[in-house]
Design a protein around this ligand. Structure first.
Ligand code: AMP
Ligand code: ZN
Length: 463
């Protein structure tokens, strides 16, 4: 079955045709590791994970690379302001290297909790300094650069297709206001290599043919892609905020270096937004970090579930109430699947399951419509003409993309005290002492557990 995806470059849904049959080279811009990524950021990685899982489900072998920005991302997108890493390190009183390690580890702990499959290759900007210097040298040799007092810049007017991703009017932008441009020739020109400030020793700086300094933010992603994949990349992912600057500049660099387009399909996720429609960000107030929710007892997969309930190209509302609702919905779905497992020892593939899987593929291969795919799964589970074995088979197949651990029974630690109370209650019931049995039930309830009577005795569950 063909797969269609929305390519930001053409603003159209296109049939997916990778450079090499059955093989996908996919790149994702990763986090800038100067602080904890908030749930909005994590949504971008859930999307990339869903793209990857869907492509794998479709039978492709996916090579996935993610970049880690641990140097060069300045506070402002127009190449001014401090490096986010140096600023973060100063604020926390630790070295920029320790800061990078701290937040990279935190990031991967969070992606693990969200069942995001870790890309087999992750590239740190500080490990690719030579590759970035080489890339800038190539651009210099080909006449795409100029020097100012603070760095080497890309001369965007030299690229006739500059801004095609964001549909920018480069002529207009270059002829326009000359504010906030410093020595830049055009507003859209951007730093490839920045010199270290004259009277300041940066923690992260390197020698280069142009002087001591550090790479610009955009050149790292071109360097990672070209080093890892060569000159043909099938899919590049990221949030919509990267369209006008970061990805626009990456395209310009790639074209300057190779002489042709490198990335075939550009996929961009929309934002996770607050109730008032504003983008979720660090300054949105409290509870924007996954850890906040985990500490409050939420299942991190409830956040993943919530992310799957809408299409990735539409803004998705996010609030604690919605996480709570998602958690209830996920628990209900999971209970049904656990029930199926009890009924059916083995998931079974049949003619009927093939029909349902085709339906699932139809929606998933239509630009990754996870919301519809969840409806298909729910309909299959509720279809009385299907056996439990068939339902289980469809569920497990769908969960290859959803990544919700459906059917996994949570192992809960029942405290000794609660187990003892349950034992005493069983004795009270055998002695037909219903009053005592009720008192103990209330005590168990207060301890945070629910006791259910079964044919063999009782079952304890967390409330
Ligand atoms: P950054 O570390 O700022 O480069 O952001 C990491 C990723 O998160 C980028 O792909 C951003 O586009 C994405 N992102 C940032 N905020 C949000 C949000 N509220 N919703 C969805 N994605 C976001
Ligand atoms: Zn990038």
């Amino acid at each position: 079955m063909d797969l269609f995806l929305y390519n930001t470059l053409t603003r159209q849904k296109e049939k997916f045709e990778p450079y090499h049959e059955n093989e996908v080279k996919m790149y994702t811009c990763g986090p800038t590791v100067y602080w904890t990524q908030h749930i909005g950021n994590m949504f971008a990685y859930i999307c990339a994970d869903v793209f990857k899982r869907t492509l794998t489900f479709a039978g492709y072998h996916v090579n996935h690379v993610m970049g880690i920005t641990d140097v060069g991302h300045l506070v402002s997108d127009d190449d001014t302001g401090e490096d986010k890493m140096e600023k973060g390190a100063r604020n926390e009183g630790i070295s920029a290297w320790d800061l990078a390690k701290k937040y990279t580890d935190q990031f991967f702990a969070d992606t693990k909790s969200l069942n995001i499959i870790k890309p087999p290759i992750t590239c740190k900007a500080t490990d690719y300094i030579q590759e970035q210097i080489d890339a800038v040298k190539t651009l210099e040799e080909k006449g795409f650069t100029y020097k100012t007092s603070d760095g080497i810049y890309f001369d965007s007017i030299k690229d006739p297709t500059y801004g095609e991703l964001a549909k920018l009017d480069i002529e207009g932008l270059c002829a326009g206001e000359r504010v906030e441009m410093a020595e830049k020739k055009c507003k859209t020109d951007f730093a490839l290599w920045k010199f270290s400030p004259k009277n300041e020793q940066r923690q992260m700086e390197w020698d280069s043919p142009w002087g001591v300094g550090f790479p610009g933010w955009h050149i790292e992603c071109s360097s990672f892609c070209l080093s890892q994949f060569g000159e043909q990349v099938d899919i590049h992912t990221g949030g919509i905020d990267h369209i006008p600057v970061h990805h626009t500049n990456e395209i310009a660099q790639n074209k300057g270096i190779t002489g042709h387009r490198v990335v075939k399909y550009w996929l961009h996720n929309n934002f996770l937004v607050r109730a008032d429609g504003k983008k979720l960000s660090k300054s949105s107030g409290d509870k924007v970090f996954l850890q906040d929710y985990i500490e409050k007892g939420y299942d991190p997969l409830a956040v993943r579930y919530l992310a799957l309930t809408a299409h990735y190209r539409t803004p998705i509302k996010f609030s604690e109430d919605l996480v709570k609702m998602a958690q209830t919905a996920l628990e209900r779905l999971n209970e049904k699947v656990v029930g199926l497992k009890k009924d059916a020892p083995a998931p079974t593939k049949t003619k009927e399951t093939n029909k349902w899987l085709d339906e699932l593929k139809t929606v998933l291969f239509d630009d990754f419509n996870t919301a519809q795919a969840m409806t298909v799964l729910r309909d299959a589970i509720n279809d009385s003409s299907l056996s439990s074995e068939e339902k289980l088979y469809i569920t497990y197949e769908a969960d290859r993309v959803f990544g919700l651990d459906l059917g996994k029974e949570k192992t809960i630690e029942i405290p000794e005290k609660v187990k003892m109370m349950a034992g005493q209650r069983l004795i009270a019931r055998q002695q037909q002492n219903w009053a005592l049995s009720d008192i103990i039930r209330d005590q168990i309830d207060e301890a945070g557990f629910v006791i259910k009577d079964t044919a063999n005795g009782y079952e304890l569950k967390e409330k």
